[in-house]
Design a protein. Structure first.
Length: 189
């Protein structure tokens, strides 16, 4: 059964930990129980237009996670990835995208945005692209059921007015936007 929550995370990485020529996509998949399942899933993903060659497939049956490389010049389409996973007989809970590397710097602040009309997964590419270019964005998580977006920043968060204007310029109605500092590894805000 597919869940109504799709979390797509964009991780922007520090210089020096760059992948050779692409993006790393990690998919949290329900129903993968054996190596044959992962092989079947890998075959389906290879058919997608943006799948890199070589795919550099990695899977953890225990954790229910599969990851692979995506072509740098092809936008990641979470809907197509989820559909291909469904065709393979599985359910994708989350699709995470790391742009240019594998690790994100520790987030230091976040903004939670409530949107009026974020009701379907087709909104995913537009709402993500609208804020992905803001300075300092580390990760973006979208919860379609709650109509909320959580944006994590590597340093100070962008002004909520800038985020509101960016989203409204893209055609979304912002109900509320709240900014907060996050503690660092030592527990300091």
């Amino acid at each position: 059964m597919q869940r109504g929550v799709l979390i797509v995370s964009l991780a922007l990485l520090a210089v020096g930990s760059v992948l050779a020529g692409g993006k790393r996509v990690t998919v949290h998949v329900e129903g993968v129980v054996c190596p044959f399942c992962t092989f079947n899933l890998e075959k389906r993903i290879k058919t997608l237009e943006g799948a890199a060659e070589p795919l550099r497939w990695q899977a953890s049956i225990e954790k229910g996670i599969s990851s692979f490389e995506w072509k740098e010049d092809v936008p990641v389409d979470a809907l197509k990835i989820r559909e291909e996973i469904r065709r393979a007989g599985f359910t994708a809970d989350r699709v995470e995208v790391a742009l240019g590397g594998t690790r994100a710097p520790a987030a230091r602040s976040e903004v939670v945005v409530a949107l009026e009309a974020l009701s379907c997964e087709q909104c995913s590419p537009g709402v993500l692209q609208s804020v992905a270019g803001l300075p300092g964005v580390v990760r973006i998580a979208v919860d379609f059921d709650a109509r909320r977006m959580r944006i994590l920043f590597a340093g100070a968060a962008a002004e909520t007015a800038l985020i509101r204007n960016t989203l409204e310029s893209a055609g979304y109605v912002v109900v509320a936007a709240e900014s907060s500092a996050l503690p660092d590894a030592a527990g300091r805000p």
